[in-house]
Design a protein around this ligand. Structure first.
Ligand code: UDX
Length: 440
């Protein structure tokens, strides 16, 4: 099959590369000439494990191409995927659909034979209908169907998620379009991936419902963690104890500093707005959004409290800035609330992140950037771990203690064991677990 993918952001690039790995002929299009030039040279615009190799191999095999010319990409295409950004509209949380609509308009003019136009971008319910109208108005003669096919890719595990998905959701009533979509995803039949065929607007809603449910699950365990701290209970054990119930499930019950990233914050807010506009407000999700925003801010106070209530003139070492490990993505990361609050409280912040510092430099000011974990903590009054990168999971605790001015560690991801930390002589603060006095 021949496929065009509009937008070489996270979703577009991963989807394009994976479809070419399935054996389809894929052309990825982007307006950003620099990005396309870079991709032609094998330079990835994002950090995603395995992506570079996948792109290189398929480009070499002649199945994956890059261009800035949409009409060229769509020549002979059976399907064109819209994978452009849908950021939150500044101020009100509605998804900004201007990129989706602009792409639709361009696609309209490039359609030749029967083409399936697929929205892969996360778009509010009803967007598919709008895309169809835009194309129909621009090209009354065009032969096409508009299908919703949301992505469920986690950053850092996106290729695995594409190649071995829990399910594929396809929203359309058109039999012809279903056939094309079945053919595109045929390689997944071998691993018996469930394919959910449904109406287009249902498919659009499934994407939002999935993300808001997961955000709600995280927020639930975060609140339970706060309660654990007051009741001297252990949130890790609560998560295990409830997660083993098959109806609840163990995943996404890891308490932390609040969810961030390119999807959950934006999608929860967009669904809240859609529901309000439709006169059927989602009060649970409204609360989740509110709690999560406040939680990210509260984390700075947790660090300040661990430093005795005042960080004026103190040096805080921060490890991890991205919203989660294995990505360079800083969007809506808890660190964007925490670091400025520490600086505002008079602390000097020294920071290190394995992949996120290029991005972070544009988003955080008044930070001393370091080259490694141990350099960051050298002479600091306290150490705060914000993101659970693997390289922070097994720090040499004796060395950490020697380097720090005081053995104060705040672990916002619960990667260490409170008893081990107390035994090692640390004043250790974590999330939702008892605070033990340091030994010695
Ligand atoms: C998410 C969805 O998982 C994916 O299906 C969707 O298509 C895009 O959004 P992503 O944003 O890459 O993926 O990250 P994810 O692994 O889901 O984590 C999101 C946020 O929740 C991170 O900030 C993470 O630290 C936090 N999280 C996740 C927790 O705090 N606790 C958990 O148990 C799980």
């Amino acid at each position: 099959m021949h496929v065009a993918v509009v937008g070489t952001g996270y979703v577009g690039l991963v989807s394009g590369a994976c479809f070419s790995e399935f054996g389809h002929h894929v052309t990825c299009v982007d307006k950003d000439e620099k990005k396309i030039e870079g991709l032609k040279q094998g330079e990835m615009p994002i950090y995603e494990p395995g992506l570079q190799k996948l792109v290189e191999n398929n480009a070499e095999a002649g199945r994956l191409k890059f261009t800035t010319d949409l009409a060229e990409a769509m020549k002979g295409a059976d399907a064109v995927f819209i994978a452009v950004g849908t950021p939150s509209r500044r101020g009100d949380g509605h998804a900004d659909l201007s990129f989706v609509y602009a792409a639709s308009e361009e696609i309209a003019h490039a359609i030749e034979g029967y083409t399936v136009v697929v929205t892969k971008s996360t778009v509010p319910v009803g967007t598919g209908a709008e895309v169809e109208k835009i194309i129909r108005d621009a090209r009354p003669d065009a032969d096409f169907d508009v299908v919703s096919n949301p992505e469920f890719l986690r950053e850092g595990a996106a290729i695995e998620d594409f190649m071995r998905p829990d399910r594929v959701v396809i929203g359309t009533d058109a039999e012809r379009a279903k056939e094309v979509m079945r053919e595109l995803y045929r390689p997944l039949y071998l691993i018996e991936t469930p394919i959910v065929f449904t109406k287009r607007q249902t498919s659009e809603l499934i994407k939002y419902a999935a993300n808001t449910f997961l955000a709600t699950k995280i927020t639930f365990i975060n609140e339970i963690a706060d309660l654990c701290e007051v009741l001297d209970a252990d949130v890790q054990d609560v998560a295990k104890g409830i997660g083993l119930d098959g109806r609840i499930g163990r995943k996404f019950l890891h308490a932390g500093p609040g969810y961030g990233g390119s999807c959950f914050p934006k999608d929860t807010l967009a669904l809240v707005r859609t529901a309000q506009d439709s006169g059927a407000p989602l009060r649970i999700v409204e609360t989740v959004v509110d709690i999560n925003a406040k939680r990210k801010k509260a984390m700075a106070q947790k660090i300040i409290a661990a430093c005795g209530g005042d960080v004026k003139g103190k040096v805080i070492a921060v490890l991890g800035l991205t919203f989660k490990p294995n990505t360079d993505d800083m969007r809506d990361s808890p660190s964007l609330d925490i670091v400025p609050a520490l600086v505002a409280a008079g602390a000097t912040v020294r920071a290190y992140d394995p992949e996120g510092m290029d991005e972070a430099r544009h988003m955080l000011s008044d930070v001393e950037w370091c080259k490694g974990a141990y350099e960051t903590m050298d002479g600091a009054d306290a150490l705060a771990i914000i993101t659970e990168w693997n390289e922070f999971r097994a720090l040499d605790l004796d060395r950490v203690k020697d380097l720090l001015k005081a053995p104060v560690m705040v672990d916002l991801r619960n990667i260490y064991n409170p008893q081990d930390m107390a035994d090692a002589g640390f004043e250790y603060t974590c999330i939702g677990r008892a605070k033990l006095a340091a030994e010695g």
